[in-house]
Structure formats: structure tokens, C-alpha cells
Ligand binder design. Structure first.
Ligand code: NAD
Ligand code: GLY
Length: 360
């Protein structure tokens, strides 16, 4: 088992990574203060993994209740978080209860937000079951829901007390979802670790085929990067914003096309390529480097072309971004492979770049 510590002062927590961890009560129990656990999941994941997890918790003497959210990004809203509160109250969960998220990023973000709000905050555990959730969303405490006008616009920081990554659950993950997770893995290489980017180039086929050792290695490296960034800048005053490489472009794609038709990771993949092209336009990346990224994304089963959209529409969706400050558009761009920066971008420069990229 690999363990990565998220060493936040006063709220440090471990990320345990290995196959078979759903059965490990010994890893869960030290992070469960009371006797009551609400497992939040969805019908797809629950059908596969609720029974073994429930058995582990109940064998340890815990009272376990369930709340199933409908499956899909389109349900990631306040109304469905309210349903979690209803179950917590119906089950008489007290302030020492634990909310445990069993699922992908949608379940994790919503369950975490419910845990942040219920009785002003209760214990929270992440058991992520998609690659994307294992390498990104389960670590670092960002929780929340979408608004019709913008993605993840309503939320809270709520660090989990444990992230338990059972890599065996990836065996049932559809290939398209695995690829979407690889987009966030590639992101760490682009913003922080050019060597990792090269390693990914050499292992892209193994990763997309779900080869367990390659996946475990990619998850561990990604979690180390994520933990380092979160420790340095928990509340995104600086460095953490770099984790949003490609996301401002990606959120425009997701919001414009309606949540759910493009997977988050797919939109991020195209967004990272668009950011790389802008960096090329600024003279920071070479044409070969951008072509290399495009090739890596393609080999990881990811799209490389934005959907048909007008530049003006794209730009107005981009304006609904949490990095926009005082009306100024700020974007994460690459100064080199393995090195990113937040830069303020002039509206005309962005418009010209979008015209080129969207009609290429
Ligand atoms: P998801 O949660 O929708 O899961 C994808 C699909 O896979 C779902 O249909 C789910 O039911 C299914 N699934 C999950 N685990 C499975 C398994 N082991 N086997 C078979 N099927 C399985 O999508 P996601 O990509 O995990 O997460 C995307 C969400 O994460 C977005 O809402 C995004 O905004 C959010 N996100 C949050 C953060 C953060 O820091 N909080 C970071 C990145 C992304
Ligand atoms: N996924 C971006 C962040 O956690 O900051």
C-alpha cells in the first residue's frame, strides 16, 4: 500500500492507495469518531460496491445508512444535496456522524458539501471510485454543486479525514471514464512535472488498457502532486489555481453543451490543448511540443477538438469563472512543459485565439 499524507496543519489526513482497500476496516475506523455512517453513492456504484463496503463497516460495529443520488453531472445541484440532508435527519444522524462518499467526483463533491453544511460540519471520508476522483477531486477539500449559470459555483472547502483509494474498483470503470481521468493525470505533468509527462507518453497504452501497476503508479504520483499543491495553498490564493489548467476553456464547453454530454475530463483535455495553443501563440511552447500534447491526449482516448461553438459564446461562458477578478479574465497558461502560470489575458487576444482555435 502507498500512503500520501496531506499535511495540513491541524487537519492532516492520509490518502491510502492499493487494491482491496474496501475491506480494510482497520484503515477506516481510526477516522470515524462516532458510530453512525451515511454512505452517499449512486445506483451504478452502489450496485457494484455498496455491499462490500457496508459489510466492512457493519462488521466493525457501525450503524450504516445509505443515500443514493441519481447518477449524472446534470443532478449535481442544490436540490439533490437537500435530499442528503433529508436522509441525515430521517436517520437521526448526530454531529459525530460520518458522511462517506462512495463514487466519482459528482458524488464526492455533493456528499462533501452536505458534510460541510450538516449541523455546520460533520466528519467526511472519501472513497473515490473513478480515476478522476482518485487523482483529483477526492483530495483537497473542494466540494459543491453546479448552477445553471456556471459550474461548481456554489460550494465550500471541506477537507476529508481520510481518502481511501481502492484501485481494484477501476476494473469496472468504462473506458471513456478512464480516459477522462487520464486528462487530470496529464495535467499534473503539464503544470509541475515534465518527467512525469514523458513517463505518461511511454505508458499511455498501458494506462488506457487499465493495466493495474501503471494505474497505481499514475495515481500515486498524481496524489503527491495534488497534496503538495493543497498543502502550499489550501484556499487557492495562488499556486492552487494552476490545477485549473484547461478548466476555464473546459467549463465553457461543459456549460454550453449542457452538463453531461461532454465528460469533465474530456472538456479539460480540449481545454488544456487550447491553453497550450495560446501558450504557443505567446512564444512559450513550440509547435512540436503542442503536437506532442495533442498526440498524448489522442493516445489516452481523449478528444482534441472543441465542439462547434461561436467564439463570442465561448468567451462569454469563460467569463463565468472563479478566476475572473474585477471583470478581468485570468487563465492558466504554460510557460514551458512542466511549468504553468496564471496570466491576465486581454479580451481581444482571447477572442483572436478563440477564432483561430474554434475554426481550425
Ligand atoms: P462521475 O462522478 O459522474 O462518475 C462517472 C461515471 O462513472 C458515473 O456514471 C458513475 O456512476 C460511474 N462510476 C463511478 N465509479 C465507477 C466504477 N468503479 N465502476 C463503474 N462505474 C463507475 O464523474 P467523475 O469524472 O468522477 O467526476 C466529475 C466531477 O468531479 C465533476 O462534477 C467535476 O466538477 C468534479 N471535480 C471536482 C474536483 C474537486 O476538486 N472537487 C476536481 C475535479 C473534478
Ligand atoms: N481540481 C482543482 C483543485 O482541487 O483545486
Amino acid at each position: 500500500m502507498i500512503t500520501v499524507e496531506v499535511a495540513l496543519p491541524g487537519r492532516a489526513y492520509p490518502i491510502h492507495i492499493a487494491a482491496g482497500l474496501l475491506a480494510r476496516a482497520d484503515l477506516l475506523l481510526p477516522h470515524i469518531p462516532g458510530r453512525q455512517v451515511l454512505v452517499v453513492s449512486n445506483p451504478t456504484v452502489a450496485a457494484l460496491y455498496m455491499a462490500p463496503l457496508r459489510a466492512t463497516l457493519q462488521a466493525a460495529g457501525l450503524r450504516v445508512a445509505e443515500h443514493l443520488l441519481p447518477d449524472g453531472e446534470v443532478y449535481k445541484d442544490l436540490e439533490h444535496v437537500a435530499g442528503i440532508f433529508d436522509t441525515l435527519l430521517a436517520e437521526n444522524m448526530d454531529r459525530r456522524c460520518t458522511v462517506l462518499a462512495l463514487g466519482g467526483g459528482v458524488v464526492g463533491d455533493m456528499a462533501g458539501f452536505a458534510a460541510a453544511c450538516y449541523q455546520r460540519g460533520v466528519n467526511f471520508i472519501q472513497v473515490p471510485t473513478t480515476l478522476l476522483a482518485q487523482v483529483d477531486s477526492s483530495v483537497g477539500g473542494k466540494t459543491g454543486v453546479n448552477h445553471a449559470r456556471g459550474k461548481n459555483m456554489i460550494g465550500a472547502f471541506k477537507q476529508p479525514s481520510l481518502v481511501l483509494i481502492d484501485t481494484a474498483v477501476l476494473a469496472t470503470l468504462p473506458r471513456r471514464e478512464l480516459a477522462a481521468g487520464l486528462a487530470e493525470v496529464i495535467k499534473y505533468g503539464l503544470i509541475r512535472d515534465a518527467d512525469f509527462l514523458h513517463w505518461l507518453g511511454a505508458h499511455a497504452d498501458a494506462l488506457l488498457q487499465g493495466e493495474p501497476q501503471a494505474l497505481a503508479q499514475a495515481i500515486a504520483v498524481s496524489c503527491r502532486h495534488k497534496a503538495a499543491v493543497v498543502i502550499a495553498d489550501e484556499f487557492e490564493q495562488g499556486e492552487r489555481a494552476l490545477l485549473n489548467l484547461g478548466h476555464t476553456f473546459g467549463h465553457a464547453i461543459e456549460t454550453h453543451t449542457g452538463y453531461g454530454s461532454w465528460l469533465h475530463g474530456e472538456a479539460v483535455a480540449v481545454g488544456m490543448l487550447m491553453a497550450a495553443r495560446m501558450s504557443q501563440g505567446r512564444g512559450d511552447l513550440s509547435a512540436d511540443e503542442v503536437a506532442g500534447l495533442e498526440d498524448l491526449l489522442r493516445r489516452c482516448g481523449l478528444p482534441t477538438q472543441a465542439p462547434a461553438m461561436q467564439a463570442a459564446d465561448f468567451q462569454s461562458w469563460m467569463a463565468h469563472d472563479k478566476k475572473v477578478l474585477d471583470g478581468r479574465q485570468r487563465l492558466v497558461l504554460l510557460r514551458a512543459l512542466g511549468h504553468a502560470e496564471v496570466v491576465e489575458v486581454d479580451a481581444d487576444e482571447l477572442h483572436r485565439a478563440l477564432l483561430e482555435m474554434l475554426h481550425a
